[in-house]
Design a protein around this ligand. Sequence first.
Ligand code: SAH
Length: 275
Amino acid sequence: MWGRLSISLLLALACRSRGTEPERAPVYLQPAPGAAGSAALPAAAPRPAAWHGAVGERQAQRQLMVEQQLRARDIADERVLAALATVPRHRFVPDSVRPLAYRDGPLPIPGEQTISQPYMVAAMSEAAEISAGERCLEIGTGSGYQAAVLAELCGETYSIEYLPEVAAFGRANLEALGYLERGVFLRVGDGYLGWPERAPFDAILVTAAPEQVPEPLLEQLAVGGRLVIPVGSEHEQRLEVWTRQRAGQDEGAFERRQLFGVRFVPFLGPGVQKP
Ligand code: SAH
């Protein structure tokens, strides 16, 4: 249905244009006093000791990851770079691959799923152009790593995982670092349907690839909201960014940009198999 719509398509193979000036952010990304949106936010719970302990671990490795894998490529958003410098990625991977947590690639997690490559997490977060205080939705909680990165960038982060075994892994990782007391909300279910009770969202990130964009996710985008999603078959996918221009579901309501070719795990569940 959506595939048949003719929509304005801007090809931007290496699109890095930003709507706003990159903002210098403190390392731990508390919303700055008076920052856009922060006034409306409830006071965030204090960081638990476990979080401080984990962030203190492997800092040098994480900083190298940020400089060599992200900034040296094309990630320029300082808030995104600070978020990836902060979140202890090694706490989101199974023990067996923990020494590889900061390498330049995806890693296996339970349920035959993967934690995305750091560059992919950063590129998707940057493409979503998130401002402090925004409401974000992730489809595919997996390890919980991208959700933790979103928690550093957004006011509230909602994340849905289809596989119960994987959801339990992601929940445990996020809970251990106190993210569930800091504006991260989790649900086990089919992300095809989105989270209508909490819509609209300013940013939606999808970390598994459907063949077509799920319509409920487009419906749940706020005006000005961005959906970042890999779209395609198991063997050929592209990262797309859909931006809602105005209310409505007609072809003119969205602008679509294609970024680069990617390879994500397939989107599961009955929703994507609908004709
Ligand atoms: N964002 C994750 C990446 C996990 S891989 C991270 O940072 O680790 C993608 C995840 O999407 C998998 O865990 C997979 O089970 C989940 N997934 C696939 N189809 C889904 C669907 N329909 N709804 C919710 N989650 C889905």
